[in-house]
Design a protein around this ligand. Structure first.
Ligand SMILES: [Zn+2]
Length: 436
């Protein structure tokens, strides 16, 4: 099998605001990737190379300077991205919307204030008890819609950027607005309301599959003819361990575990990690698969942070003992703890190993220019001529679509002059170009 045919994916755990930590770990990986790319070849100025860099679309009113820099995109290195709950939101941003890591961090920071900064007063978890979930799903919906609005170009919107999966051949779920997918993945009991989608109610996002690494493994294998040996690299990122608790998969005790959600979810994630390790060991091609998990241990400090902690930086106040220390904001605290974690020699070594493999993966892919155009830009070409064979519709590049139309559908140009022929061809290419 060619190196370029192997597949890579990464999985992100659920963890509410602590998902910020997984993004920061991914940022460290992307930094090393950038260094290695430049070290290997000075001509590489972005992960689109040898395709030309396309600046991301950003309509945010006050974009942060970091939000603009995203010349190296995670979607160019990972074939699949999957996540649970807030990890699912991250997966949508990095995979579906093809955002850079800094842009994604910027959005996550505003999600934090937007959602966790506004709990319902009347809720199961609120100060005034009621049967409502703690957060308003509508608010989340608006936040996700804003991201799609700000990060999609007019051309992408014209072909349905706000929807998940546009072609039946490509995706299992199709024609579902992105916000619905986001709601489904974040619908954790007592936090967000459940959401109905196409006659199914999604409401148990976190408990049961907070670490989706195994589900994605099987999903990817299934999508590739039930062949797990195509998977070459698996990166799983957690949202911080907690001291373990006993989990109750059903019965009244399960309800209690919802209330100690932080610990329960973190424990379940670690069990999944151990199971994944065992699964890789027993897979036929175990020497070929590199499985790496990154996660802050419970001693490294996130264990006591609630899934929805949201503190803003405290004010400096003068007291009779002098200036009071400012209280650290939730995001600053996660940043400090994650940086400490990433700075250790062991983690640095793991990051380098993973980054090296990912850079080799991209370089092997881009040597096949015919396939790389699709990969680098995310643009898909489809033949829209009526009665075209279903298996032939998806074309790898613009040049290939042009060739295909001329060769297979000469009838489209019957009786046309050269100029008319060119117009018909241009129109068919325009119709068949789909930014995602
Ligand atoms: Zn065709």
């Amino acid at each position: 099998m060619l190196v370029s045919d192997f597949l890579t994916y990464f999985a992100i755990d659920g963890g509410g605001i602590r998902g910020y930590s997984s993004l920061l770990i991914l940022k460290e990986i992307m930094k090393v990737i950038e260094d290695l790319e430049k070290q290997d070849d000075v001509a590489v100025d972005s992960s689109f190379h040898p395709e030309t860099y396309v600046a991301p679309h950003n309509k945010r009113k006050n974009p942060s300077p970091g939000g603009e820099s995203c010349r190296y995109l995670p979607c160019h290195y990972f074939d699949y991205v999957g996540g649970t709950s807030t990890g699912g939101l991250i997966a949508i941003m990095l995979g579906r919307l093809r955002m850079g890591i800094d842009q994604c961090l910027e959005e996550y920071e505003s999600f934090g204030g937007e959602i966790f900064g506004h709990p319902r007063w009347f809720s199961i978890r609120g100060p005034l008890p009621s049967f409502k979930e703690k957060y308003n799903g509508k608010r989340l919906q608006r936040a996700v819609e804003n991201v799609v609005e700000n990060r999609s170009s007019p051309e992408q919107k014209a072909v349905g950027a706000g929807y998940f999966g546009s072609a039946r051949e490509l995706c299992k779920t199709y024609n579902i607005p992105i916000w619905q997918v986001a709601r489904a993945t974040t619908a954790a009991p007592t936090y967000f309301d459940p959401v109905p989608i196409q006659n199914n109610t999604f409401g148990d996002g976190g408990l049961g599959s907070n670490n989706p690494v195994q589900e994605i493994f099987w999903e990817v294998a299934t999508m590739h003819g039930n062949n797990a040996s195509v998977i070459n690299l698996v990166v799983s990122i957690g949202t911080g361990q907690a001291d373990s608790v006993k989990l109750h998969p059903s019965g009244p005790k399960k309800v209690i575990s919802y209330f100690t959600a932080t610990k329960a979810l973190a424990t379940e994630s670690e069990q999944k990690h151990a199971a994944m390790g065992a699964l890789i060991e027993t897979t036929e091609s175990s020497d070929a698969v590199h499985y790496q998990r990154f996660n802050l241990s419970s001693e490294q400090g996130l264990k006591n942070m609630k899934l929805d902690e949201w503190k803003i930086e405290g004010k400096r106040r003068l007291t009779k003992h002098g200036f009071k220390r400012r209280e650290e904001s939730t995001l600053d605290k996660i940043k400090r703890l994650t940086q400490n974690y990433c700075a250790s020699d062991e983690v640095q070594e793991d990051i380098r190993k993973v980054a090296r493999k990912l850079v080799d993966h991209r370089r092997a892919r881009c040597s096949d220019q015919r396939k790389w155009e699709l990969w680098a830009t995310g643009i898909r070409y489809r033949c829209t001529v009526k009665r075209c064979d279903k298996a032939q519709k998806l074309r790898p590049s613009k040049a290939d679509l042009k060739y295909h139309i001329e060769k297979i559908h000469p009838n489209s140009f019957r009786g046309k002059t050269d100029i008319e022929k060119r117009c018909v061809l241009e129109e068919l290419i325009r119709k068949g170009t789909c930014p995602y």
